[in-house]
Design a protein around this ligand. Structure first.
Ligand code: SR1
Ligand code: MG
Length: 462
């Protein structure tokens, strides 16, 4: 894969042979694979929009190697992109790793010249988006993603740490400008203007897109959400938390197979439990409003829900699956809110001890323990936590809407809808989803609680 774009000295994209040689020359990585390098199985499996992704397997174990290309993979060299996204991904894995162990892949190594991230192989997993489209139920997945989001965002906020430590992290991720630029353009701007990168199911949705371009309340909502995204640096976000950024254990318990289906391994090794789920791909990491990540995940559940009629073989044969997907919206938010509240409550109790000189450590600067002493203080702080989480929920509602719009009429679309071959059927599903998206963005206050989102979706789908 040769490129005419200029790249730093020493960088070259891997092919299967050069990756095998590189791994063989790194004793600590070669030992993880074991045996003779000539016997290793190396495959390129990347199906995302940006990067190369390789899986290497030997008799002792496996590795996943993700490498930046100097351009957007799905667009080609006409869309150059700096290589540094791999650095931000490994940095996010390193920064969040201690609090999300078992919920994300483990970082094993990073090569700063080749812009290559080496992670543990998840040999029994598939992308959650694919699993949902295939009609699979994964009852633990949304709980695990919610747990991941609660732990990662809480731990990187001023609710958990002194502001100096958070400011240092904010400065690091503020440099992730190339990928933040993609989000600013593709999520908050392009879908609302005429732009060559937009596409939609045409001509079926042409009327809706034309309406949207003249929809002032919707544009105002998009602008408000975009402003908050760029200015409200609450916590370190994943930045692209959709169902394509989650891996779930394969339902048949098999291991990674070649593309022709051969070579599946038995269920053992990392993540070899049926309820395992991991959040991958934090390359879009940035400080921002917590509701941005949560809204992205909820939006992708909603798109999976609305797409189900398009996957029916017989009328109604996806109805139960659709209802289960919709139920995960509430499962996800409730688990997130409960866990974030618990983490904050536990941290406050520790900080109170620290303030009283009972323990060493660095107390958080937001909601200082000294302001909430005694029983009345504890009750007041519990109320403040509720108010804070109400705000996060309202953000979730709006960001869910904007994620749906960008995934249906913008540049980057979802397999949930794209897999529906008949454009009439696909457009019918997309139209219902877009109706809900507009309401979520323009009138988030109308969705008083998470069940009201589920109910509105149900009504639009029927
Ligand atoms: C040019 S990148 C398009 C989209 O793919 C990534 O997965 C992000 O979602 C990005 O917005
Ligand atoms: Mg990604």
């Amino acid at each position: 894969m040769s490129s005419t774009l200029s790249t730093p000295p020493g960088y070259a994209p891997f092919d299967l042979d050069s990756l095998r040689r590189w791994l063989a020359g790194k004793p600590e990585l070669a030992a993880r694979l074991g045996g003779d390098p000539e016997g290793w199985r190396v495959d390129e499996v990347g199906d995302g929009n940006l990067n190369l992704v390789f899986l290497a397997r030997g008799p002792a174990g496996g590795l996943c190697i993700k490498q930046s290309l100097p351009y957007v993979r799905v667009a080609g060299e006409s869309w150059p992109l700096p290589l540094e996204r791999a650095w931000f991904e490994q940095r996010h894995l390193a920064d969040t790793g201690p609090v999300v162990a078992g919920l994300a892949p483990r970082l094993i190594a990073y090569d700063p010249v080749l812009y290559a991230v080496v992670m543990e192989l998840l040999p029994h997993h598939k992308i959650m988006r694919l699993a949902l489209a295939d009609g699979e139920r994964h009852d633990h997945a949304s709980i695990k993603v919610a747990e991941y989001a609660a732990r990662a965002t809480f731990a990187t906020s001023v609710l958990a740490r002194p502001f100096e430590a958070v400011a240092d992290l904010q400065a690091v991720y503020a440099r992730n400008q190339a990928l933040t630029r993609i989000s600013v353009d593709l999520i908050f701007t392009h879908p609302y203007i005429e732009h060559e990168r937009n596409r939609w199911t045409s001509p079926q949705l042409d009327d809706l897109v034309a309406d949207l371009r003249g929809d002032i309340p919707l544009k105002r909502a998009a602008a408000r959400l975009g402003h908050a995204f760029l200015t409200r640096h609450e916590a370190l976000l994943h930045g692209d938390l959709h169902s394509g950024s989650v891996m779930v254990a394969r339902r048949d318990g098999s291991g990674v197979a070649r593309r022709d289906g051969s070579g599946a391994a038995p269920l053992d090794g990392p993540g070899a439990t049926p309820d395992d789920a991991r959040v991958i791909d934090p390359e879009f990491a940035l400080y921002g409003p917590i509701g941005f990540d949560l809204g992205a995940y909820v939006a992708n559940l909603l798109m999976a829900y609305f797409s189900q009629p398009g996957h029916e073989q017989r009328l109604g044969d996806r109805a139960d699956h659709a209802e289960w997907i919709l139920s995960q919206v509430g499962v996800f938010w409730r688990h997130f809110a409960a866990r974030f509240d618990a983490l904050w409550s536990e941290r406050s109790a520790t900080a109170t001890g620290q303030a009283a000189g009972q323990a060493s450590g660095q107390a958080p600067d937001a909601y200082p323990a000294a302001l909430f002493a005694g029983a009345a203080g504890r009750a007041a702080l519990a109320d403040e936590r509720r108010v804070f989480l109400d705000g996060v929920y309202t953000d979730l509602v709006g960001y869910a809407g904007i994620e749906i719009i960008r995934r249906t009429i913008g540049f980057a679309h979802n397999l949930d809808f794209e897999r529906i071959a008949d454009p009439e059927r696909r457009a019918a599903c997309e139209r219902r989803t877009l109706r809900l998206a507009r309401r979520l963005m323009v009138d988030p206050q109308a969705f008083a609680d998470i069940t009201s989102i589920e109910q509105a979706a149900r009504e639009l789908a029927s």
